[in-house]
Ligand binder design. Structure first.
Ligand code: 5AD
Ligand code: SF4
Length: 438
């Protein structure tokens, strides 16, 4: 979501004379967009700000020009004024729900009077209504935020406090943005939300629509070929959405469905509101409708009170699901969340060894999922050039990176769909050959 927000900020600032630069050394404006989801986010922000201070001081000394520094994102939201106190060279602090005000905040910065601007409110007019900027070039694949915030309040998670309450963007606003993205050459859209499958809004027929119906509506946009969504909560996985995975050919066969733990007592302490059995049932249902679907997930090891037996339950659940890919993390205390004041925190060495075991198992599952694709044919969207000469990287329907080298070296393939025959599989990628179109 931060990538999406950064793109939006870029679009927003373009009419004000700014353009994206990959070099901070001579930038008039530096925006540090931050994430607060796991540990060390705050420390990382301050150390990054220290580095930025050196850059802007050098620029000032060499050219006499003062750069404007803005901190955006969830660390900005959580830290507020503290950032200005600890890093007085910062001019603007702007939260994830108010960055639509960035041009105005920049205009108000006064380098002589050291006028500072903080905007971390949760405004009553949702930011999307004010973000009607022209969309700039995005490449063949783009994100589109359809839902923000969360009302689930898992006890480890900071999202409900930094991104606020659950909000579903209206249907017409989403369709409008999807069409704009397609107009600038986008072929694949990933719908985003902290709880994306909780999206609901009034549909074109005035009935209440869920994510499945939204995806079906978006699939009517001709030039849009691949649709994805992330991240979902098990309890919001309704039958309509599950059916879309069978019936909607533009919806990719990939589902990221975090479970966090395989132990019911831990799930309860996490306030996940589902059991491991319920989760497994949902996976079973999804596979019934689309047997080939790649399942992904998130895991937290070492949540307060997690015992060895609980850890074994997690390993057991992983074995039952057999993931194509997954993310796993050591539990980290997030300030202000209920989990941070739980008493029985797990020792760091135990967390490390549990994480290792979870990751080893997930790694082996991912490799065998990848290996199973050898000798199959996949339609791959070409995303960019690879590091090697005459090499491209694309994405498979199952969300795998696929490397290939075209036979002829003279055409730009970025943005095209190619049928690739998979010849090799690695831990995090595949290698393929183009199947010639006779
Ligand atoms: N500690 C560790 N992992 C966390 N996540 C969220 N909060 C924490 C935390 N306090 C993980 C969850 C979530 C993913 C985005 O980040 O697994 O699904
Ligand atoms: Fe955080 Fe996801 Fe739980 Fe919401 S559902 S509180 S975003 S982990």
């Amino acid at each position: 979501m931060n990538f999406y927000d950064s793109d939006k900020m870029t679009d927003l600032l373009k009419p004000h004379g700014y353009q994206l630069d990959d070099n901070e050394d001579d930038a008039d404006l530096i925006v540090l967009n931050t994430c607060h989801i796991r540990e060390k986010a705050v420390e990382k922000t301050y150390s990054e700000l220290g580095r930025i201070r050196d850059k802007i001081n050098t620029r000032k000394a060499n050219t006499g020009k003062k750069s404007i520094v803005a901190v955006a994102g969830c660390v900005a939201q959580a830290q507020g004024k503290e950032i200005m106190k600890r890093s007085p060279w910062v001019d603007i602090v702007v939260g994830p729900q108010s960055y639509q005000n960035l041009p105005e905040l920049i205009a108000k910065v006064d380098p002589i009077n050291k006028n500072k601007n903080i905007s971390i409110d949760f405004p009553t007019i949702p930011k999307f209504d004010q973000l009607n900027a022209t969309i700039e070039e995005r490449g063949p694949s783009a994100f589109l935020t359809i839902q923000e915030g969360c009302d689930k309040f898992c006890t480890f998670c900071v999202v409900p406090y930094t991104r606020g309450a659950e909000y579903s963007r209206p249907l017409t606003s989403i369709i409008g943005e999807a069409k704009k993205l397609v107009d600038v050459g986008v072929k694949e859209i990933t719908l985003l939300g902290q709880n994306v499958n909780a999206w609901s809004s009034k549909g074109l027929d005035n009935e209440n629509w869920g994510l499945g119906k939204l995806i079906d509506e978006l699939a009517k946009i001709n030039e849009l070929k691949f649709i994805r969504y992330t991240t979902s909560h098990p309890l919001d996985m309704d039958i309509e959405l599950i059916k879309s995975h069978r019936d909607n050919k533009k919806l990719m066969p990939y589902l990221h469905l975090p479970v966090q733990s395989g132990a019911d007592n831990v799930l309860k302490m996490m306030n996940r509101k589902h059991t491991s059995k319920q989760y497994l049932k949902i996976i079973e249902k999804v596979r019934e409708y689309n047997p080939k679907i790649a399942i992904s997930g998130d895991f937290i090891v070492g949540f307060p009170g997690e015992t060895e037996k609980d850890h074994l339950s997690t390993l057991n659940l992983i074995k039952q699901v057999n993931y194509a890919q997954a993310y796993s993390f050591k539990y980290s205390k997030r300030p202000g969340t209920p989990g941070s004041v739980f008493l029985n925190h797990v020792n760091e060495d135990i967390k490390n060894s549990r994480l290792y075991e979870v990751q080893e198992l997930l790694r082996s599952q991912q490799l065998s999922f990848n290996k199973k694709t050898i000798n199959t044919t996949m339609k791959v969207l070409v995303l960019k050039k690879g590091k090697k000469k005459n090499q491209y990287i694309g994405r498979s329907p199952f969300n795998q990176s696929v490397y290939f080298s075209p036979y002829a070296n003279n055409e730009n393939l970025i943005g095209s769909f190619l049928d690739l025959n998979i010849t090799e599989a690695f831990q995090n990628s595949l290698k393929g050959n183009i199947i010639p179109n006779f």
